[in-house]
Design a protein around this ligand. Structure first.
Ligand code: NAP
Length: 305
């Protein structure tokens, strides 16, 4: 039986360091880091993610704001708003909440952000710095995954690491970060043959697929570190029962809200893994903590502190 790797204590430690550093700059220079989240349309999950980020900003003494734009915003309209944020000196970080409504070219929109303010670490310039292993903003969720792995005391160097998922915000930057840490990475995706067989060779397995409960014990080597990035809103009580049995808390959540959050990894993997992150409560708190850290770093770089 392994140990649950909770994200909150690790995230709290990072946030406290960020808070203290930000307080120091406020006292010394009268300036605070500023982050603006841009939301186009009314996706309820995106609204809730951005509100959490805004709340995190406030709790650390940052300037935090959400720019709500209607779903029928045009390409030109969005470009003008992003350029205005690029020119706004009190804004150190710009975060365009994904996914954007249909019709927008995500890569194009991200490329409008000033790379100095790219606190999500997914601007092509930031990704180039990552591939070259040079300092620069790094994608928040993969950074959080690395922090969680390191918090176990397990080394990444020389380890076989399998990442399931190759998205721009999780799988691909994570694979590059692990390579930079001297791990040996295999990236898997929907065309990978014998996915369970490949995954079961990993010392460290990261699931970032967006498929509720897809990863069962047959994907896991005994004693592996398993990081569940998946965060999926499940509405079907039968799916939840298959994963968690008769869990009254989750049953009530579906009844009250219409859904419950579920990871990509089945909870019974804890019987085989050495460490397993819960979902929710594992990677999520780290993503927000790393966003705050990236915003502080952008603030320091821009103001030459
Ligand atoms: P995404 O863009 O949809 O990418 C999913 C990846 O998984 C793709 O590369 C896809 O392969 C692969 N995949 C899907 N089904 C597969 C299968 N059956 N076998 C093998 N590979 C498969 O998703 P994402 O944005 O990376 O997010 C992934 C999950 O992480 C979601 O649940 C998301 O909500 C969660 N997430 C959580 C946080 C957090 O802070 N906790 C942050 C970001 C994302 P192809 O490329 O071949 O299609």
């Amino acid at each position: 039986m392994g140990t649950w790797l909770e994200g909150k204590p690790v995230a709290d430690r990072i946030r406290e360091n960020v808070r203290q550093e930000a307080e120091h700059y406020q006292q010394a220079h009268g300036a605070v880091p500023g982050l603006v989240g841009v939301l186009v349309g009314e996706n309820p999950a995106s609204q809730s993610y951005l509100r959490m980020k805004e709340k995190a900003c406030r709790s650390l003494g940052f300037f935090g704001q959400i720019l709500y734009l209607p779903g029928d915003t045009t390409r030109e309209g969005l470009k003008i708003r992003i350029e205005a944020l690029n020119d706004d000196d009190k804004v150190d970080g710009i975060l365009v909440q994904l996914p954007l409504p249909k019709g927008f070219d995500t890569h194009e929109v991200i490329s409008w952000i000033d790379p100095e303010k790219d606190v999500d670490g997914i601007h092509p310039y930031s990704l180039g710095l990552l591939l070259q292993n040079l300092p620069g903003p790094r994608a928040c969720t993969p950074l959080g995954v690395l922090e969680l792995i390191k918090s176990t005391g397990e080394r990444i160097e020389g380890k076989d690491v399998v990442v399931i998922g190759r998205s721009l915000i999780v799988g691909k930057p994570l694979a590059a970060m692990i390579t930079n840490e001297n791990g040996t990475v295999t990236i898997c995706h929907s065309k990978t043959k014998d996915l369970a067989g490949v995954a079961a060779r990993a010392d460290i397995l990261v699931a970032a697929m967006g498929k509720p409960g897809f990863v069962g014990p047959e994907f896991v080597k005994a004693g592996a570190v398993v990081i569940d990035v998946g965060s999926n809103a499940v509405t079907d009580p039968a799916v939840v029962r298959a994963l968690f049995g008769d869990d009254p808390k989750r049953g009530k959540e579906i009844q009250d809200k219409g859904y419950t959050w579920v990871g990509d990894v089945q909870p019974r993997v804890i019987d085989k893994a050495k460490w397993l992150t819960p979902s929710p409560g594992g990677v999520g708190p780290l993503t927000i903590a790393m966003l705050m850290k990236n915003t502080l770093e952008a603030f320091k770089r821009r103001r030459r502190f």
